[in-house]
Design a protein around this ligand. Structure first.
Ligand code: F3S
Length: 756
């Protein structure tokens, strides 16, 4: 049994009293989001009310899921915590590194060779630390989580932005960076700004060509790509009860496209059916027994406008199928207006490829509905005018739909079945094309459609729709086709496609021969983690050195960054992602995108220890100072470190000898990440002091021996002309974070506590 029934029962056992305490603290009826969040406070029962959109709160998620790209550094770091096993049930899913090229079998074999060292590492480290390992080909993280681990009322984090998919099973599931996964696996609190709650009331019932996907395509059009920021979207209403569980998951999955923290549905019979259908009847029973906790209080549903920060209503009976795009998922077009939009905007009308499946849309229902359209291509003698691919979300789904003859239907239509992996959804697509820059159109049932996302071609116009609409378009090969109204030329004259017909759950049940799961060793203490010392993609981490117990004197300025300095400027993505498991190699991208305030150039800084004019790249300068045991300081502007929660942006400076980052202001997550790595994250008490920092300065950081919450530190700037300036530096360290600094990192502290 893959899921952890005891853990779920324990969560449910506490839920009632925790919700009661929360209701008393908040003194009003609770939304479902609040019930789940208050039931997962790190400190136990609520003792106070938290303000939505304002309060920072420590949570204790029930699970962690990691995909193979982000899991590498997360697990390398986790090893530093000195724990025997992960503190909560955790899993690794090998889905991102498989390139789609020639079809499932060949592509999987190729990936197994190409990524062998990464897979060997992930398999062995999972085995050692009690972490479930899903092999390459087992499926895409979110689909596998839905089938095996998601549970109503639970809370999980996952190192991938579409983790919210599990909201289809009533779970608060949030996409995070690797550092957050490390915290939770190491038993630390996980901090989140208490989200706002957007209510979406669904009435009516889907019919005809309209699918669950169209709900989120419509919501994306209403809220736009930013509209969900800082909020959890909560779906409810009689319309929601009419949606399949997997359809709900599709809607939650794409909540990431509106920037939502996550999305969640009220527990209902459809969820219970799905749990039973996927071998989890005990969870369905346990959830049904506490169903009142798995929905908002009745007063909320009676007067939703009073209790949600924003309320949207959608009547499913009237909802049209949508096609969203190109280049952004919030450009929402009802199908009746799409053909005109294509013509007006001059988007390429010829459709080159239709792609269905992915983590977003590869349920049994999706596949049966799409297959009911594909079948008509054969039975009605239609020519299929575009390429067509199918990406099953998991081996469980693939095996089941193959058994039921559905993959044969796609093959008859000329479709190619790709590996159970991300593939074209994440740009892992060796697309067959004569010109990789050509302006062209594709349509997918995936979630993201930003420029270059699928095939790297900035001129590919990618549209997003339901799998059945994608299939119909692939047959037509023409973006101005409307399957609801138009005909296609068949062998015996024009034919119209019949409406799709789907089946929510396989009538003969799900089946699989090898789901691709490797359970970890019961006792992993003797398991060897496999990392080749000669690898350029993976490197075991060395613990960072603890604080030496004195003020830091004679530090050199590494760079004074001017203007915007995001985590991308600090640790660039793109080709560097290959090295995300190798701290030393990826550190060669450290701050190469930041603008040097003294010469206005990127990746060109003065180093006072090298020969010549002293201008070198930022990593070169850092390495030269490090080799001489000279610590360095990074100075920055406003909102330093905004962007992603990428932990590399904090680990790289730490690795290359930066001791303090002093800025006008920080992006909060990056500030915390720096603290976790044992660095000093400080702000100018007087922002104008930024101007006092000169290129040739040496810098002392003073006051560390009495480092205390709320007490500023100081820096003495020694200028080249012999002058000095003493400036005040603020900080936001609490007691625990000061201990991180002293220990050299948060993980060092955990290890010390673990082993005395
Ligand atoms: Fe992400 Fe893979 Fe889905 S790339 S969007 S998890 S298919």
């Amino acid at each position: 049994m893959a899921f952890d029934l005891e853990m779920i029962r324990a969560v449910y056992a506490d839920m009632g009293s925790r919700i009661e305490a929360a209701r008393a603290a908040v003194a009003r009826p609770l939304t479902l989001t609040e019930k789940i969040l208050y039931a997962h406070l790190y400190t136990g029962q609520a003792k106070q009310a938290y303000e939505r959109g304002v309060s920072y709160v420590d949570f204790a998620p029930d699970r962690v899921a990691m995909q193979d790209a982000t899991a590498q550094m997360a697990l390398l770091q986790f090893m530093q915590a000195g724990k025997a096993t992960a503190a909560v049930p955790s899993t690794v899913h090998c889905d991102h590194l498989i390139q789609a090229k020639d079809g499932a079998t060949a592509d999987l074999a190729e990936a197994n060779t190409e990524n062998k060292e990464v897979y060997d590492f992930l398999a062995s480290v999972s085995n050692k630390y009690g972490i479930g390992f899903w092999k390459p080909g087992a499926g895409i993280i979110h689909q596998v989580v839905l089938e095996n681990y998601a549970f109503p009322g639970g809370m999980m984090i996952g190192t991938d932005s579409h983790t919210p998919n599990a909201g289809g099973l009533g779970m608060i599931a949030i996409g995070v960076g690797g550092a957050d996964a490390v915290d939770v696996m190491a038993g630390m609190a996980w901090e989140l700004k208490f989200p706002k709650v957007i209510g979406v009331k669904l009435t009516g019932k889907l019919n005809g060509w309209t699918a669950p996907k169209d709900v989120i395509l419509k919501v994306a059009g209403i809220l736009t790509v930013k509209g969900g920021t800082g909020a959890i979207v909560e779906y409810f209403g009689e319309g929601a009860e009419n949606l399949s569980c997997t359809g709900k998951a599709t809607i939650c999955n794409m909540g990431a496209e509106i920037g939502a923290t996550t999305s969640v549905f009220t527990y209902d019979e459809k969820m219970a059916d799905y749990l039973r259908g996927t071998g989890r009847a005990e969870i369905a029973d346990a959830a049904s027994a506490i169903a009142a906790h798995l929905r908002a209080d009745d007063e909320v549903y009676a007067q939703p406008e009073r209790f949600y920060d924003q309320l949207i209503e959608i009547n499913l009976s009237e909802l049209e199928p949508h096609v969203n795009g190109p280049f952004t998922p919030d450009a929402a077009w009802p199908i009746s207006q799409f053909a005109d939009a294509v013509r007006e905007h001059g988007w390429p009308e010829k459709l080159e490829v239709g792609l269905i499946g992915s983590c977003t849309n590869s349920s049994y229902e999706d596949i049966t509905r799409a297959a009911s359209i594909a079948r008509q291509a054969v039975t009605k003698g239609l020519h299929v005018n575009a390429e067509f691919t199918v990406t099953p979300g998991s081996e469980l789904v693939r095996y089941t739909v193959a058994r039921d003859g559905l993959l044969d239907t796609f093959a008859e239509m000329g479709g190619v079945v790709l590996a159970n992996a991300c593939g074209p959804c994440i740009g892992q697509w060796a697309r067959h094309t004569d010109d990789p820059k050509r302006k062209n159109s594709i349509i997918t049932s995936f979630n993201r459609n930003f420029a270059k996302r699928n095939d790297g071609n900035p001129n590919t116009h990618a549209f997003v729709a339901s799998p059945e609409i994608v299939t119909a378009f692939a047959i037509a090969g023409d973006l101005t086709f409307n399957p609801l109204t138009d005909t296609l030329p068949g062998t015996n004259g024009p034919v119209k496609l019949d409406e799709p017909v789907g089946v929510e759950m396989p009538p003969r049940g799900f089946a699989v021969e090898d789901a691709g799961f490797q359970a970890p060793a019961i006792d992993g203490s003797g398991v060897q983690v496999i990392v080749s010392p000669s690898s350029d993609r993976l490197q075991l981490l060395e613990p960072f050195k603890p604080w030496e117990g004195t003020d830091l004197k004679g530090l050199r300025l590494l760079i004074k960054a001017q203007g915007k300095c995001t985590t991308d400027h600090i640790s660039m993505a793109g080709p560097w992602l290959k090295y995300r498991g190798h701290l030393d190699n990826i550190s060669n991208n450290m701050l190469i995108g930041a603008t040097n305030a003294f010469n206005g150039e990127a990746n060109s800084v003065r180093n006072f220890a090298v020969q010549g004019d002293g201008y070198v790249t930022v990593p070169q300068s850092a390495r030269s100072y490090k080799s001489m045991s000279i610590g360095t300081v990074v100075v920055g502007d406003e909102n330093y470190g905004e962007g992603s929660s990428r932990e590399h942006a904090a680990m790289e400076p730490r690795h290359l000898g930066v001791r303090a980052v002093i800025v006008k202001s920080f992006a909060r997550i990056h500030e915390t990440n720096l603290k976790k790595q044992g660095m000093l994250a400080l702000t100018f008490a007087n922002k104008a002091d930024y101007d006092l920092v000169e290129e040739a300065d040496t810098i002392d950081i003073l006051g560390l021996t009495s480092f205390t919450p709320g007490q500023p530190l100081q820096a003495r700037l020694h200028h080249a002309d012999g002058d000095t300036d003493l400036i005040t530096l603020n900080h936001t360290y609490n007691e625990g974070q000061i201990e991180w600094f002293k220990a050299g990192s948060a993980l060092n502290l955990i290890r010390m506590m673990e082993h005395g």
